[in-house]
Design a protein around this ligand. Structure first.
Ligand code: HEC
Length: 139
């Protein structure tokens, strides 16, 4: 029991991404921010309007395979640094970085909004993946 409580406590700290269901206000601000800053490249919930090189974030996409920590890094720092660290050449269409443009809370709100597109199973699998990532990358 104590161990379970500790585990839960641990899971909720660190990345700043809470396991609690986000409030309606957070999801609404995430929706508005997504439409303003992301949709022009990534398309809407169905991927409509998406540019060829920008991945679809919905349930048939790849995004839910990434842990919260990785997604936050990608959104805040873009993919240029990531591609370089993997020794990959720059992409023709670059994912811009939003550090300095979106506050951390805003980035989390966008992420919470995108998660509403995933299935329950995907959300659970991604939450577990996020916990493992957090443990492996804890300072
Ligand atoms: C100018 C176009 C553009 C905009 C605007 C943009 N992105 Fe991207 N994004 C991309 C491209 C292109 C990639 C793929 C990069 C690559 O493979 O090198 C990408 C990749 C990503 C990934 C990794 C996806 C995955 O499935 O692996 C995430 C997450 C992401 N973007 C989120 C966002 C969010 C959230 C916003 C808005 C705050 C946003 N992007 C705005 C072009 C864009």
């Amino acid at each position: 029991m104590v161990l379970a409580a500790l585990f839960l406590l641990n899971a909720c700290t660190g990345s700043g991404v809470s396991d609690d269901a986000p409030s309606k206000a957070i999801l609404e601000s995430g929706r508005v921010l997504y439409a303003a800053s992301c949709q022009s490249c990534h398309g809407d919930q169905q991927g409509i309007g998406r540019l060829a090189l920008a991945p679809y974030h919905g349930p048939d996409g790849h995004t839910w395979h990434h842990a919260d920590g990785q997604l936050l890094e990608i959104i805040l720092d873009g993919t240029k640094v990531l591609l370089e660290s993997l020794g990959l050449p720059p992409s023709d269409l670059e994912m811009p970085h939003f550090r300095g443009e979106l506050a951390r809370e805003e980035t989390l709100a966008v992420l919470s909004y995108i998660k509403t597109w995933w299935t329950q199973e995907q959300r659970e699998a991604q939450a577990e993946n996020s916990r493992r990532w957090q443990e492996a990358n804890a300072p």
